[in-house]
Design a protein around this ligand. Sequence first.
Ligand SMILES: Cc1cc2nc3c(=O)[nH]c(=O)nc-3n(C[C@H](O)[C@H](O)[C@H](O)COP(=O)(O)OP(=O)(O)OC[C@H]3O[C@@H](n4cnc5c(N)ncnc54)[C@H](O)[C@@H]3O)c2cc1C
Length: 466
Amino acid sequence: MKPRKAAKIAVIGAGMAGLTAAQKLLANGAQVTLIEKSHGPGGRASTVERDHFYLNQGPHALYKGGAAYGILNQLNITPAGAIPAPKRSLAIFQGDLLDLPLDAASTMATKLLSITDKIEWGFLMGNLAKSNLNSLQNVSLSQWLQSTVKSERVQELFTAMVRLSTYCNNPQKISAAAAIQQLLLAQQEGVLYLDHGWQSLVDSMLQLIRHQAQESQEDQDGQERKTRLSEIYGAEVTAIVPCKNEPGLNQSLGQLEITINGSWQNFDAVILAIPPKQVSKLLSLDAGATSLAATLDNILPSHAACLDVCLRKLTNNENTFALGIDQPLYYSVHSTTAKLAEDNHALIHLAVYLPEGEKGSEKHEHLLLELLDKMQPGWQEELVYKRFLPNMTASFGTPLAADNGANGLSNVTLPVVNLPDQVFVCGDWVGRGHLLVDAAMSSAVAAAEAAIARARQRAYAATNAT
Ligand SMILES: Cc1cc2nc3c(=O)[nH]c(=O)nc-3n(C[C@H](O)[C@H](O)[C@H](O)COP(=O)(O)OP(=O)(O)OC[C@H]3O[C@@H](n4cnc5c(N)ncnc54)[C@H](O)[C@@H]3O)c2cc1C
């Protein structure tokens, strides 16, 4: 019997979603072409090294109990890093620095809450895990808080904790179920700041897939070190169209052709690990698919304005973490937890969680510099480097109550008029029940599994047709 030809699958986008999809495809024997428009892999998970500081693109924390950590563990990748454990976490309220009530001791100590607020906060957090999440998928966070919590201060505090764990500053729209689930994830197992930044994840993943692509080929023919992975960087994919129908084959199972830097290549399936607006543009969805185009173009992202600061040393060693309660602010010294700088040097991430429709601007930079003055007075004397990233997309999708808690699209299958059903999507805007990189990597696994199944169906139909 002739050996089955490996399915030829293109993955467009080499962020953590694209790399995860490529890994799963290679593990299932596929031949993979990974196409990335930047000059290297990693996307938003890439880290820049500057003067021995490792700068992620804004503050990044990996949820230890999350899907991404689980997927990495299954691949024998153990992310190196540590759980932040600040001596004192601060709440910024009306310009004052108060204790952030994260446990019994800080709740007792804080001046942020009155005695009755403290009782209500303790009760709320103590019973959070008992929430009936199914019934809260289509309820917004604000609706849920108004019906559950009496104290406005407690509502504000809870909303701030949700901003911290989801990156979403939209309590009127985010699903209460998704918000609670993410907060529980953060509370129960904590988060990790990663040594040498998130690039360490990108590098481990890349090393694994390159190795996997070679090993399997060697197993099959026993001699040549060929690879089933082709990586193309700095390349723009400009179109995806159906191949001319193969004789005897149903149009819905035909191959796809894509243009890579102006030349055409055929594939059995394509996985798009890119932002939703890029998907809509790439598939030229205006003709005959207006509702899908509208859906993709209207998926709600979550943005943040970020200030990344490298100092020779901290001017105040106590102030390592603060969260804005009445303003959507974040401040954390990541280098006291993970290996992100040499010796006593300090890497600080600050951010404003931007509300829907607001663009990051100088106003936000000033706000963050004021916060830095408060936390590290005289920081200018110790400054090595800083950068302001005004408009970062922390997530391309938001789990909306109006969408019953789905992140943007609930499914990895993209039914496109005039294209065979072999186009799949993944990213932090796809799926439900996971957010951020957890959504990106879990949807990538699902997209790869669907693509493999579809390519096998295609191969079977093609064999029977000849
Ligand atoms: C400020 C900030 C903070 C964050 N904090 C956290 C956090 O604390 N915890 C967490 O879990 N997640 C966090 N995230 C989110 C996390 O970085 C992403 O979910 C994760 O990196 C997965 O990304 P992705 O692969 O889906 O998308 P991306 O990393 O955006 O990758 C998409 C890739 O596709 C490429 N591309 C786009 N269009 C095309 C095209 N037409 N052809 C070819 N290539 C194309 C892009 O260049 C890019 O490399 C944060 C993100 C930001 C920006």
